[in-house]
Design a protein around this ligand. Structure first.
Ligand SMILES: Nc1ncnc2c1ncn2[C@@H]1O[C@H](COP(=O)(O)OP(=O)(O)OP(=O)(O)O)[C@@H](O)[C@H]1O
Ligand SMILES: [Mg+2]
Length: 315
């Protein structure tokens, strides 16, 4: 198993059919209708996966997703995240437990919707770029005079295509979602996404965190039921800004990846395409500290002290 010297996990070699290896997750088939979604410690910056991992990152992403799903009243894919519960359901996984425990979710397999459901409350990233160019967001006109990182007049559904590996997701107007999925499904995705974002925002607010934007994925299960899938309101899928350092009119420092971004900026020659430069240990350690801090700040508990809840019928 490729592990770095600090005990982090770059890749899992489980003896199961590998359905997908993404930028962060190794997704395995377990039986006919379940998946084991294992979050590695791979980290990407500018959509390029770094050659060295950020220890404990995968655990933070998986357990934070479980923490949110335990609080949101929404149909979702998670069947089990507690390692004992996963092993009870699939004793054959017990042998390699140390490779996946606390970083894996056992989920209901779904057919993913072909759009990323992004909700934005603040003007940042690709939305800021679109606004600068055309004065719009997701194709809809926005008021004049907004600054980078400004709060939007109202949270906005801002869908994106799912890009192929090596490409960036592209923002699309809501009309494109209607064309692809029909009015009813498009409206439903927008409504559910906005509701979850709203709940996420108020939770974050109580921790003095701004949830500037976040991306959801949805899928249909075998019975045609719409489920929230993938990761949920993690630092990889969201922009979390600490309220105390929020200053509109400029980009906000990233709570999690800033040490990596700062370090990359010191390589003006790197064209942001593979192969990336090697992440030094102190930079990875600084990023780990950031991920652990986000977990602590959101949940109020240290990662090591947090016991994942039980989900589903054998909970
Ligand atoms: N319940 C589910 N059923 C089917 N697929 C799922 C489910 N939950 C998550 N996925 C898929 O698992 C993958 C997670 O991998 P990861 O997040 O590493 O990919 P990514 O790098 O974000 O994107 P890409 O899929 O483009 O590589 C995503 O493609 C996601 O759509
Ligand atoms: Mg992903």
């Amino acid at each position: 198993m490729p592990r770095s010297s600090v005990g982090a996990l770059l890749e899992t070699p489980l003896a199961l059919p590998l359905l997908h290896r993404g930028k962060v997750r190794d997704v395995y088939e377990v039986g006919a209708d379940e998946l084991l979604v294992v979050a590695s410690d791979r980290v990407s910056a500018f959509d390029v996966v770094m050659s060295r991992p950020v220890p404990r990152k995968g655990e933070v992403l998986t357990l934070l997703t479980a923490w949110w799903l335990d609080r949101l009243r929404v149909d979702h894919h998670l069947l089990a995240v507690d390692p004992d519960q996963i092993e009870r359901r699939h004793p054959e996984l017990g042998e390699n437990r140390e490779m996946w425990a606390r970083r894996a979710m056992l989920v209901r397999r779904a057919t993913p919707m072909p759009v990323e459901c992004v909700v934005r409350g603040y003007l940042s990233g690709s939305a800021w770029k679109e606004y600068l160019k055309t004065g719009t967001l997701a194709g809809e006109p926005m008021p004049d005079g907004l600054r980078e990182s400004d709060r939007l007049p109202a949270p906005t559904f801002s869908p994106a295509t799912k890009a192929d590996p090596g490409h960036h997701d592209e923002n699309i107007p809501f009309g494109n979602v209607i064309e692809q999925l029909g009015t009813t499904m498009a409206a439903r995705l927008r409504k559910v996404s906005m509701e979850i974002y709203d709940k996420g925002c108020s939770t974050c607010e109580t921790k003095s965190i701004i949830l500037a934007d976040t991306k959801f994925e949805f899928g249909l299960d075998g019975q045609g039921k719409l489920l929230l899938i993938d990761e949920v309101m993690t630092p990889d899928s969201s922009r979390f800004w600490p309220m105390e350092s929020y200053v509109p009119g400029r980009g906000q420092p990233s709570l999690d990846k800033q040490p990596i971004r700062d370090w990359i900026e010191a390589f003006p020659d790197w064209d942001k395409r593979p192969p990336p430069p090697d992440l030094p240990d102190p930079v990875a350690a600084a990023a780990t500290a950031r991920y652990l801090e986000i977990f602590r700040r959101l949940t109020g508990v240290e990662l090591d002290d947090w016991q994942p809840p039980h989900f589903g019928e054998d909970a």
